[in-house]
Design a protein around this ligand. Structure first.
Ligand SMILES: NC(=O)C1=CN([C@@H]2O[C@H](COP(=O)(O)OP(=O)(O)OC[C@H]3O[C@@H](n4cnc5c(N)ncnc54)[C@H](O)[C@@H]3O)[C@@H](O)[C@H]2O)C=CC1
Ligand SMILES: Nc1nc(=O)c2c([nH]1)NC[C@@H]1CN(c3ccc(C(=O)N[C@@H](CCC(=O)O)C(=O)O)cc3)CN21
Length: 253
């Protein structure tokens, strides 16, 4: 069974939802969306950490104003017992200040925290809509000196994920890989978000043609169980990052 981490969006009331839905000590990743801002992510992570969860805040480079802002975030997280973060470029169209890529951010987190903060970085089994494969691989080769793990973009194909891990190893990226998997959320939601957040071709199996299938899809929830079993059946992936979209009622066993 692969260790599974749950990812949530820092919306109002989510801390109470997590506290009643997840066992104490669970690892919870808190995403950083442009319209929520990094403060909302950090505030939620600190509250969860104080409740005994292992909180992993996402820090989006484009939401960080300066090195001093980053230093303050690191101090607040360390004071709350947070020891792991996820450093990402960020979906905002423009940078708020000094940082615009995950590459820049992960370096400064390592420097400012003296290596005490473990940092995850993003991987793309199906590539990225606006960044070419060579740039992504070069960025990972640069980041791996300062990072502790790769967490992948959402992908719906175990074969694609396993092939990606093999490519990483061939190119000299040795970081452990945690596979990004969609939680049991309405398929319609996944399809509507897919292009906006850059999900790749493996999603296409969800959107079959035909009115009956479409009706089924619109009412149906995605079930991650089979994909998780396939990922656990072969070596390559260290764990699962479950993108729950805050649907915590039906977590895979
Ligand atoms: N918040 C999240 O969980 C996730 C966000 N993303 C998005 O993926 C993008 C990449 O972020 P990271 O993986 O941290 O990579 P990064 O920000 O470290 O960039 C990787 C490489 O691509 C280049 N690059 C970055 N953005 C580019 C662009 N728009 N056009 C051309 N080249 C670009 C950079 O210079 C760097 O060499 C960001 O837009 C991020 O929001 C992807 C997955 C998850
Ligand atoms: N490009 C990208 N950005 C991300 O933030 C991101 C990824 N990819 N891939 C993996 C996870 C999945 N993430 C997400 C991103 C958006 C929503 C979402 O539901 N967005 C709604 C608004 C939700 C809200 O504010 O409550 C939207 O309409 O954008 C959920 C999970 C966060 N992560």
């Amino acid at each position: 069974m692969l260790a599974t981490r749950v990812e949530i969006i820092p919306t109002d009331g989510i801390v109470d939802v997590v506290n009643s839905a997840l066992p104490a000590g669970s690892t919870v990743s808190i995403t950083c969306l442009p319209h929520h801002g990094v403060e909302s992510t950090v505030r939620t992570a600190i509250k969860l950490s104080e409740l005994g969860f292992v909180a992993v805040p996402h820090i989006a480079a484009k939401c960080v104003e300066s090195r001093e802002h980053l230093s303050g975030i690191l101090d607040d997280c360390a004071a709350a017992g947070i020891t792991e973060m996820f450093a990402i470029g960020g979906d905002a169209p423009r940078a708020a200040g000094a940082y615009s890529t995950g590459v820049e951010l992960v370096r400064d987190i390592a420097e400012l925290s003296g290596g005490s903060m473990s940092v995850g970085v993003a991987g793309y089994p199906e590539g990225h809509p606006t960044i070419n494969g060579l740039q992504l691989m070069d960025a990972l080769l640069e980041k791996q000196e300062f990072a502790g793990k790769i967490v992948t973009q959402m992908c719906f194909s175990a074969e694609t994920i396993h092939n990606y891990v093999a490519l990483l190893r061939k190119e000299g990226v040795t970081l452990p890989v945690h596979a990004g998997v969609a939680g049991a959320v309405p398929k319609a939601k996944l399809i509507s978000l897919a292009s906006r957040i850059g999900v790749g071709a493996s999603l296409k199996f969800l959107s079959r043609k035909g009115p009956l299938a479409r009706k089924l899809i619109l009412g149906e929830r995605y079930a991650p169980d089979a994909l998780i079993q396939e990922l656990a059946a072969r070596p390559g992936v260290e764990g699962i990052q479950l993108y729950t979209f805050n649907s915590l009622e039906a977590l895979p066993q």
